[in-house]
Design a protein around this ligand. Sequence first.
Ligand code: MRU
Length: 353
Amino acid sequence: MNDTIDYARYDRIRPIRWTGEALELLDQRKLPFTTEYVACTGSDEVAAAIHALVVRGAPAIGIAAAWGVVLAARDVDAADGIAAAALLAPAMQRLNAARPTAVNLAWALARMRTALEAAGDDWRERLASEAQAIADEDLAANRRMGELGASLIAPGSGVLTHCNTGSLATAGFGTALGVIRAGVAQGRVGRVYADETRPWNQGSRLTVWELQQDGIDATLIADAAASHLLRNGEVEWVVVGADRICANGDVANKIGTYQLAISARFHGKKFMVVAPSSTVDMATPSGDHIEIEERDPGELLGVGGNRTVAEGVQAWNPVFDVTPAALIDAIVTEQGIVEQPDEAKMRALFGAH
Ligand code: MRU
């Protein structure tokens, strides 16, 4: 670990708390002005919270779903893990269906099922320890990626990020935001810009607030200002997270990521994707095979709950897009960095995964 990073300063928010009785989720719909945890005591409540974006961000929804399985287990009476797995399958399917694009959700549930099937009459304890391990490993991965990603950034550089990839989206510290935090701590990142990230405003409501907790200055920009910023030379790197990374290096992430990658390449700027290996999906050959979540068009029709668009207007609200591998300079995971990703390099690092 790099002892120049003061994690107590740079990682103070926890979106997911397991009390032993309930799963407490920081309600991200209400940030930054209200800090309120929602207590879930059943797996369907967790699935509903994931769908409603009470908890969001690829790693965080995987962790929440894992604890959702622990909650579902309370309603099940089984002699061993195999029997419990069969009885828990419907609840796990409902958790898996909460959101389609981030593979971390299915990944975490598959891990829980594998742990269950290997367990005997201690299956309840095994489920709880697996959920805790998923969370602990995510935090460790984020710290490692912070060091690896920051090492690519020259001292004093400006960075632009999109959506929210910080403590709020993970077990802690963050993915792209972890690289930015490590980079600030090491003097590599000199200026931080954050996209607003319409329509849900993860950037303006969450990212700049998170950075403010750390005492990191960040400048908010409208999504539409990104190319203007990249052109005028204040930024060397665009640093983003991911919801699914395919076998050929294509990356699904928050809507608007693709146009940032195009603009970065056009303006000669570097583009970095930061994600734990739980986001890598070697079973999906390319971005063409990813289901892109489409949400209620109503999210586009107003601001802060106030309608701003004339009645009767139609809207389309895809909430992720796919950035082709050819536009990516580096994919940073806790297992290592893939530069100029392609299928051969992905297979060399992740195998069949
Ligand atoms: O719809 P969201 O807010 O869950 O989307 C989040 C993103 O797209 C993040 O960039 C991604 O999940 C990585 S979070 C570490």
